[in-house]
Design a protein around this ligand. Structure first.
Ligand SMILES: [Ca+2]
Length: 369
């Protein structure tokens, strides 16, 4: 295994990923090796900044840890109900005719639909319909009011924030869109920049491909989502996803006392982002909407927008210098991480990341090829 991995990594280093005759050289790949290979080919190898070896090692370790705990979950309460007293009466001498059970013809999913469903396998469905968004009188800040019934179309949202590994695959392909800490000749470049702003996160950036990417400009975050044939969520979509049906301050209730079970905040983060999806997800299955990193949404910021926003699928104001960020971060207090809290900025930062969405109608409109 060790030598096969070394072979994989060497080939990666020499840029032979696209041909990869690994199976022929090494015999059939084990599931671990296939997974690692897909990982390197796919989304997490960042050769440009030298993360590849560490990323692959960490992924291999995490895959083997996962394997230990992947027994099928025990389903409680789903056994077919036992029917009492309904046994068919025994008929003597007249054998019941054999009934040929013909299962209903299975609806075959079209190739296009299968592709669509593959695309949303790491996303959670946020149901459509009307819900109250914004903060009611007596809670929150002035820019969160008035609260209103807002109707949204159903959409899928990434269950987690986009990771360093996810994002590295994008920059590897485009050769651009780099985070500030990796931008060639940028002043914040970790290796060559004069400004050491991101130095305190160097360990995370270089050794934690499953941590959320930070330092990405709004335009580059939007470009990543487009590359994935998705988009940034609107502010209203983000809040509906974060509430997961709750009208309280948090998806888990009105008190922040339980926040640390759901969120990485300044009180429990140790001053850095953490791997995505570790904390408890909300009722929709979405993780880290509270905390870990702030998340860019597509809306520009206007503190008075709520008094004029449309009640159906609002898209944000047409103009504005800054974009909205939501959810608080590893560097925030619990108040900043409230479902209704709004903040804004024009610039990337060490505590801002993002995730992507796609509406059901956008998904189903995708062509087969
Ligand atoms: Ca977050």
């Amino acid at each position: 295994m060790k030598y096969i991995l070394a072979g994989i990594l060497l080939q990666a280093a020499f840029g032979l990923l696209t041909s990869l005759p690994l199976g022929a050289q090494s015999g059939p790949l084990s599931s671990d090796e296939s997974e690692l290979l897909n990982y390197i080919r796919g989304e997490n190898a960042d050769f440009a900044c030298g993360v590849c070896l560490n990323a692959a090692r960490l992924h291999a370790e995490s895959a083997s840890r996962k394997e230990v705990g992947t027994a099928a979950p025990v389903q409680v309460g789903t056994a077919a109900p036992v029917q009492v007293g309904t046994a068919a009466p025994v008929q003597v001498g007249t054998a019941a005719p054999v009934q040929v059970v013909t299962a209903a013809p299975k609806q075959r999913e079209s190739a296009a639909r299968k592709k669509q469903l593959r695309k949303v396998k790491d996303m959670a469905l946020v149901p459509g319909g009307a819900r109250r968004l914004g903060s009611p009188v007596g809670t929150g800040d002035p820019d969160e009011k008035p609260a209103a019934q807002i109707t949204l179309s159903p959409f899928y949202m990434d269950k987690t924030e986009v990771t360093i590994g996810n994002y590295a695959a994008f920059t590897l392909v485009t050769g651009a869109n780099f985070p500030e800490w990796q931008k060639p000749e940028g002043k914040f470049n970790l290796e060559t920049g004069r400004d050491k702003y991101y130095e305190h996160l160097e360990g995370v950036i270089k050794t934690c491909p499953s941590c959320p990417v930070v330092g990405v400009a709004w335009e580059d975050a939007a470009a990543y989502c487009r590359w994935k044939k998705k988009r940034l969520p609107t502010e209203a979509e983000w809040e509906a996803a974060a509430r997961a049906g709750s009208s309280e301050l948090y998806s888990f209730g009105k008190s922040s006392a339980n926040a640390e079970a759901f969120a990485w905040l300044e009180t429990n983060s140790g001053g850095t982002p953490h791997p995505v999806g570790v904390k408890k997800p909300n009722k929709y299955g979405l993780s880290d909407l509270h905390g870990n990193v702030w998340e860019w949404v597509s809306d520009r910021y206007d503190r008075t927008y709520y008094s004029q926003r449309p009640s159906k699928d609002p898209q944000g104001p047409a103009t504005g210098e800054e974009y909205v960020i939501r959810g608080g971060s590893w560097n925030s207090d619990a108040d900043s991480a409230r479902c209704g809290n709004r903040a804004s900025t024009a610039d990337p930062n060490d505590d801002i990341g993002f995730r992507c969405v796609i509406t059901e109608s956008e998904l189903s409109a995708e062509p087969e090829q």
